[in-house]
Design a protein around this ligand. Structure first.
Ligand SMILES: *Cc1c(COP(=O)(O)O)cnc(C)c1O
Length: 219
């Protein structure tokens, strides 16, 4: 995809997104050159799914990029991203949270995290249910080296708009239910991808994760 195209896609998205909704450009499998094109268009928040790929890119790309980890994260790999990651969207267990806390402390950092809630029926989609979520929110106070700043969810990949919308509504409902018991910093709802971000924004998303609509389809 050519340079002007990436810049144009970003500006189209930014024009359409409400100001309070943050755009995370999902750059998995995309080249550093492509990321730089988005960077030059003013984009600073990038999302990656794989630890090795993220580490390699973070080493060679500008330091003021804010890296978001959005893929399934294994506990034994947290140490590689802990020195620099800005936000982990995909925390799906207390064990993982504890490991993030431990690694963040080692690096004298406080790492921001979102708890991933399973809202889609598809088995392949990970995330916790409401019960696990409340358990974690109760137990998290000892974890001083992280902040849970909200929730993340993925809608079912389908043409059925009403189904995806219901799933986004569910995530927002859970967020609203939990919010009163949380600190001020608990304010993000990360939902919406290339195919469904408009729905997600209508249902209260504060952060959309968009890849193919910016960079083109992935191989
Ligand atoms: C790949 C991915 C995205 C971006 O998907 P697109 O459809 O290309 O916008 C968003 N969120 C997660 C968790 C992803 O894995």
């Amino acid at each position: 995809m050519d340079k002007t195209r990436i810049a144009r896609n970003i500006s189209l998205l930014k024009n359409e997104l409400p100001r309070n909704v943050q755009l995370v450009a999902v750059s998995k499998f995309k080249s550093e050159a492509n990321i730089l094109q988005a960077y030059e268009a003013g984009q600073r928040d990038f999302g990656e799914n794989y630890v090795q790929e993220l580490v390699a890119k973070a080493e060679s790309l500008p330091e003021d990029i804010r890296w978001h980890f959005i893929g399934h994260l294994q506990s034994n790999k947290v140490k590689y991203i802990a020195p620099f990651v800005n936000l982990i969207h995909s925390v799906d267990s207390l064990n993982l949270l504890k490991e993030i806390n431990k690694q963040a402390a080692k690096h004298n950092r406080v790492i921001d995290c979102l708890l991933q809630v399973k809202i889609a029926e598809e088995e392949t989609k990970t995330g916790m249910d409401e019960e696990e979520l409340s358990q974690i929110l109760i137990g998290k106070s000892e974890l001083k080296s992280l902040r849970i700043i909200g929730l993340m969810g993925m809608g079912t990949f389908s043409d059925e708009e009403s189904k995806t919308r219901e799933e986004f509504k569910t995530l927002k409902r859970i967020f609203d239910a939990v919010k009163p018991s949380q600190n001020e910093e608990f304010r993000e709802v990360s939902m919406g991808m290339s195919g469904d971000w408009r729905l997600a924004v209508e249902e209260g998303s504060t952060m959309v994760r968009i890849g193919s609509s910016i960079f083109g389809t992935r191989n």
